[in-house]
Design a protein around this ligand. Sequence first.
Ligand code: BG6
Length: 484
Amino acid sequence: MNKKLEFPNDFLWGGATAATQIEGAYNVDGKSLSVMEMIPFIELKDRKDLSQTRKLTTQDLIDSIENKKGLHYPKRYGIDFYHRYKEDIALFKEAGMKIFRMSVAWTRIFPNGDEAEPNKRGLEFYRSVFEECKKQGLEVMVTINHFDMPFSITQNYGGWKNRKVIDMYFKYAKTLIDEFHEYVKYWLPFNEINLGVLFSAMGLEGSTEDKSLAERLAGTYQDLHNQLVAQAKFIEYAKKFNNTKVGCMVADATTYALDCNPINVLENQQKEQMKKFFYYDVMTTGEYPSYSKRYFKENGISIVKENGDDEILKNNTVEFISFSYYMSSTIAKEEVELTEGNLMKMGKNPFLVATEWGWQIDPLGLRYCLNQLWDRYHLPLFISENGMGVLETLNEKNTVEDDYRIEYLGKHFEQMSEAIKDGVNLFGYTMWTPIDVVSAGSNEMSKRYGLIYVDYDDYHKGTGNRFKKKSFYWFQNFMKTKEI
Ligand code: BG6
């Protein structure tokens, strides 16, 4: 039975991607390597055993520059969007999308981070992509830094803990908005800024193996503070462009107390504070919230601030909130049972089913999350990522009958529509992702999210040709009818 959903006519429907997961062409037109392109593909004997994926040392990263071990680095190849962007953008348009979220590779614009002038060939590439979006009538949302800091910044400056990197980032971000403000209305300074805890291990801090948890946390929050200052500087500068809006991007995942034991309810509240609200709170109010001050004190964390940091944060908050939402999880004071094979270590919920990667599917959790954010911040909301990764192969008709994805998307759309009826100001949604891409977390092609199948395997073998899945046609029809 078809159900018609209600959405505002100007709701921004679209798809999201990231440079290192789609572009390829890692050594072309002056580009250098980013931290994301230093991580090799590791074939897991058992997909649910993720123990091998996290053991990179600083030396491994350095060896990977010359690829001394003959490994495959999938994010250097992506899906060759660099050469196929016209075809891909035309497909997004054909699906009925109105907005394309993409990121710019810092390493194409300032390959080593500290050059005096930007790389013209890098700017030319993005100008061509934006021109193509304009031609196809697609609005653009740009993530300025989607996990991919130039590797040389980590080697020569020590990554985000060095204040010089704030200036390097600002110069890069300023260059982008100066060059492209006519094409790009929506700007996200950082992707999933709260995942620094995970990604400080990948180049920001080098290897973290020999550091204590307290040292790692302190380093992470110092990195974060410097990122927040960099973001605020960009927001301040962007004010001179009337037609642009700057938002934040947080990896959200609804968490529930495992049960109604007050100790677990309180534990969930405290985890929510430090794992998600802390980030939104600072970026929307410009102040470190009171609960974080206690957390820092009790965990021996002190953040070094410079004169003027508090003012710049206070005066430059975000205009809208964007977030990714894939799953939900349970929390308890004692250890909870985890879903299998999940890099994010999510607590199992007996009422939900999980994907092959242990990500628990929870559309109602999205409505819950939207209401939480709207009630707390009263800022326009945008879902900048949501989707389902699945192992898929083309059938004899050169398509994929991905009914599970249709169900996943339909159920999430339904809850978005309910949240809008609840009064939430949700103005757009970009699915992860319109087209199969290299996985951020596991570096494989096998974890496919797209409405469009891409013929590359985990070793970048294949034609690279694009094939529409069943969900492509379903989405195209949804855009016309709003029926699920
Ligand atoms: C988000 C990232 O965390 O999740 C994306 O912003 C990423 O870059 C997406 O691809 C899905 O994660 P994964 O590991 O399945 O690619």
